[in-house]
Ligand binder design. Structure first.
Ligand SMILES: [Zn+2]
Length: 252
C-alpha cells in the first residue's frame, strides 16, 4: 500500500479487527449502491471515504431542491443534474483514489442481473418496494449479500440479507410482496433529515463488515429505529422455507 493510502486509511488500519488486511479487502471490493438519495448519500460517502475499490452508483432521478434537506451528496449548484453524476462528483472530490461508475438509469431485471453479478455487496438505498424486491431477487440469484435500509417519517430499518449463507432469510422472507401496496414515500409524508444519515451510515457499516468479515452483521436480524423517541430495537428474522423467491435454495 502506498504511503498516501496508509495515511488516508490510518484510522481503519489502527483498529485491531480491521488492520492492513481489512483495508486491503476494502480496496479490492466492488460495491453496488442503488439509489443516490437520502440513504445512498451517507452510505456512498462512507464507502468512498473508506477506500472501496470500485463503487457503482445507480439513480435515474435528477437533483431537486426538496432533496437537499437530507441528500447530502448533492449541492444547491447541482440542482437539475442527474443524481448519479452529482454523487460521483462529490465522491471523487472526497476520494480520487477510487473508481466510480455512475449510472443514470432505472434498473430492469436484466441490468440488475449484470450489476449484481459483478458486485461483492449490494446496498439497497431505494425508496420503493418494486425495486427492493427486484434487487432482492437478483441477490438471491447470484448469492450476494444485500444490505437493506429504509427510512420514512421518524422510523428507520436496517438489515443484511446474506445470500452466501443457506440459513439466512432474504428480503422477501421478511416482507412478502403484495401487488396492491401503494407505500408511503418521503414526498407524501416527510422524513426526518438525520434519520436517513443514521440508516445510511449503518448500511455502510454493515457493508464494510461484510467485506472485511469482522464482527457480526445484522444477518438474521432487523434493526428498527424510532428517531422521534430515540429508541432502537432489534428483532430476529428467520428464513421462510416456503418463500417463493429463496425457497429453492439449499437448506442450511
Ligand atoms: Zn426468501
Amino acid at each position: 500500500m502506498e504511503d498516501a493510502s496508509l495515511l488516508r486509511y490510518a484510522r481503519h488500519i489502527l483498529l485491531n479487527e480491521f488492520g492492513i488486511e481489512g483495508q486491503e479487502r476494502v480496496q479490492t471490493a466492488h460495491v453496488l449502491v442503488v439509489g443516490a438519495g437520502g440513504l445512498g448519500s451517507p452510505a456512498a460517502f462512507f464507502m468512498a471515504s473508506s477506500g472501496v475499490g470500485k463503487l457503482t452508483l445507480v439513480d435515474d432521478d435528477v437533483v431537486d431542491l426538496s432533496n437537499l434537506q437530507r441528500q447530502i451528496l448533492h449541492t444547491t449548484e447541482r440542482v437539475g443534474q442527474p443524481k448519479a453524476e452529482s454523487g460521483k462528483q462529490a465522491l471523487h472530490a472526497l476520494n480520487p483514489e477510487i473508481e466510480i461508475d455512475a449510472r443514470v438509469e432505472r434498473l430492469d431485471d436484466a441490468a440488475l442481473d449484470t450489476l449484481v453479478a459483478k458486485a461483492d455487496v449490494v446496498l439497497d438505498c431505494t425508496d420503493n418496494f418494486t425495486t427492493r424486491h427486484a434487487i432482492n431477487r437478483a441477490c438471491v440469484r447470484h448469492r450476494k449479500p444485500l444490505v437493506s435500509g429504509a427510512a420514512i417519517r421518524f422510523d428507520g430499518q436496517v438489515s443484511v440479507f446474506d445470500m452466501r449463507d443457506d440459513a439466512a432469510p432474504c428480503y422477501h422472507c421478511l416482507f412478502p410482496e403484495a401487488e396492491d401496496v401503494a407505500p408511503d414515500n418521503c414526498a407524501t409524508v416527510g422524513v426526518f433529515a438525520p434519520l436517513v444519515g443514521m440508516v445510511g451510515s449503518m448500511q455502510a457499516a454493515e457493508a464494510l463488515k461484510v467485506i472485511t468479515g469482522i464482527g457480526q452483521t445484522m444477518k438474521g436480524r432487523l434493526l428498527m429505529l424510532d428517531s422521534l423517541n430515540a429508541r432502537w430495537r432489534t428483532i430476529g428474522i428467520v428464513r421462510d422455507m416456503q418463500c417463493p423467491v429463496c425457497g429453492g435454495r439449499p437448506a442450511a
